[in-house]
Design a protein around this ligand. Structure first.
Ligand code: AMP
Ligand code: GLY
Length: 430
């Protein structure tokens, strides 16, 4: 029987999922709030709909006789789209609303870690009373991080000693009108991501990736959803050891064991500190951009993972091309604070050369492709080394056309990678 897969979401991550499924024996149908031209071209059908409306998504899935679904972004997971699909008899590869709280409720996430003795949890407190939170800032000896408990697209966190002073942190807490926040110990080190497929108690991990959250070159400016990312030809990254990668996998395995019944992708965001690895957060889905580093080098058939998950079987062991990847996003002018949407994006796809081009939050209309308020497209270079992959990505960006768009040219360049390595050696020698 040929599987019919519904893909939910229209960003770069979902274009990467669509590309992976295009190599499998299945019929793909996609739905998203924006018409992503890359996904639309691969899919048999594409519907624009509100992906946070569970009945709209299940209506589409049943209309096309879907046998499986993959939910890309966090917002539909929080809205219970996986629950609704499962109830409608369409197995959703993505956690139900309750399990997705590992991402969607940061207060839950930290309490869950503490209650289950998951290693790598920083010192934290949760607050509903913002004056009590400000008092905690005054009393705490050291820098704290302010985290709204709910989803903010990666843009709600404020790090004391880096982005804000203690006074500014309190001002942010008082003025932001959040119902609940987490205050936690500031971790110092290098960040990395490990993503794994989870179902039937199994965890199958993929190579570590480092994302770049800051908007501008040299890690300056406000946080974004991620401006670009790289992975190496090995499972670990140049600034860490293989043992540290394994430590991260152990944390993820402990999390999967404690979650019981979780299905979908588990994304661990880690900080490698002088005292070993700590957990920055968990997400309940692939990272965006990180999916664009991972899926192009995955040689295991992605559909085989999905059907094994649905059929209650053990997940296949994963194999990868042993190659490095560099992903760079082109974003609208003004992103993330004041993004200029509705601008025509001129992409010359043929000039992408050896790079892979992924469309993200753009909208294809009759007369062209337009920017939205989020990231527009990404290019990914795949090669034997990070340096070569970076050059491929840069050539593609230059050729694709940069008019009206902004990007971080420094991501994956030897200088920046070396700074990460030097940063870790300094911390380790202190
Ligand atoms: P999040 O929304 O949890 O992904 O946080 C966004 C970014 O804030 C992370 O990628 C980190 O760079 C930073 N961050 C979050 N928690 C901490 C922490 N405890 N210490 C230092 N930086 C953090
Ligand atoms: N790149 C960070 C995320 O997907 O949350």
């Amino acid at each position: 029987m040929t599987e019919t897969v519904v893909l939910v979401g229209g960003g770069g991550r979902e274009h990467a999922i669509a590309r992976a499924l295009a190599e499998s024996d299945c019929d793909l149908y996609a739905c998203a709030g924006n018409r992503n031209p890359g996904i639309a071209r691969i899919a048999e059908g594409f519907e624009t709909l509100d992906t946070t409306n569970p009945s709209a998504v299940t209506g589409f899935a049943t209309d096309v006789d879907a046998t499986l679904a993959v939910v890309g972004p966090e917002a539909p997971l929080e809205a219970g789209v996986a629950d609704a699909l499962d109830d409608a008899g369409v197995y959703a590869f993505g956690p139900q609303e309750a399990e997705a709280r590992i991402e969607t409720d940061k207060a839950f996430q930290r309490r869950f870690m503490a209650e289950n003795d998951i290693p790598g949890c920083p010192d934290f407190e949760t607050f509903d009373d913002m004056e009590a939170a400000c008092q905690y800032v005054d009393d705490y000896d050291g820098d704290l991080v302010v985290k709204p408990a709910g989803l903010t697209g990666g843009k709600g966190v404020r790090v004391m000693g880096d982005q804000v002073t203690a006074e500014e942190a309190k001002e942010y807490i008082r003025e932001s009108d959040y119902d609940r926040i987490v205050l936690e110990e500031r971790l110092v080190g290098e960040e990395f991501t490990v993503q794994g497929f989870v179902a039937n108690g199994d965890l199958r991990v993929t190579p570590a990736v480092q994302d770049h959250k800051r908007a501008y070159e040299g890690d300056e400016g406000p946080n974004t959803g991620g401006m670009g990312s790289y992975s190496d030809a090995s499972l670990e990254l140049p600034f860490m050891t293989e043992e540290e990668f394994v430590d991260a996998v152990d944390v993820m395995q402990a999390t999967v064991d404690a979650l019981d019944g979780y299905k979908g992708v588990l994304y661990g965001q880690f900080m490698l500190t002088a005292d070993g690895i700590k957990v920055v957060e968990f997400n309940a889905r692939f990272g965006d951009p990180e999916a664009m580093n991972t899926l192009p080098v995955l040689t295991t058939d992605f559909l085989d993972v999905l059907t094994a998950a649905r059929d209650g079987e053990s997940l296949p062991k994963l194999t990868f091309q042993r190659q490095a990847t560099v992903c760079k996003y082109a974003v609208p002018e003004g992103y993330p604070t004041d993004p200029k949407s509705g601008a025509l994006v001129k992409i010359d796809e043929d000039s992408a050369g050896d790079a892979i081009l992924y469309y993200a939050s753009v909208d294809e209309r009759e007369d062209g492709i337009y920017t939205t308020t989020s990231r527009s497209f990404a290019v990914v270079g795949v090669a034997d080394s990070i340096t070569e992959a970076e050059e491929i990505a840069e050539d593609a960006l230059a050729a694709a056309g940069e008019e009206g768009l902004r990007m971080r040219h420094d991501i994956g360049k030897p200088d920046l990678v070396q700074r990460r390595i030097d940063h870790m050696s300094e911390l380790r020698s202190d």
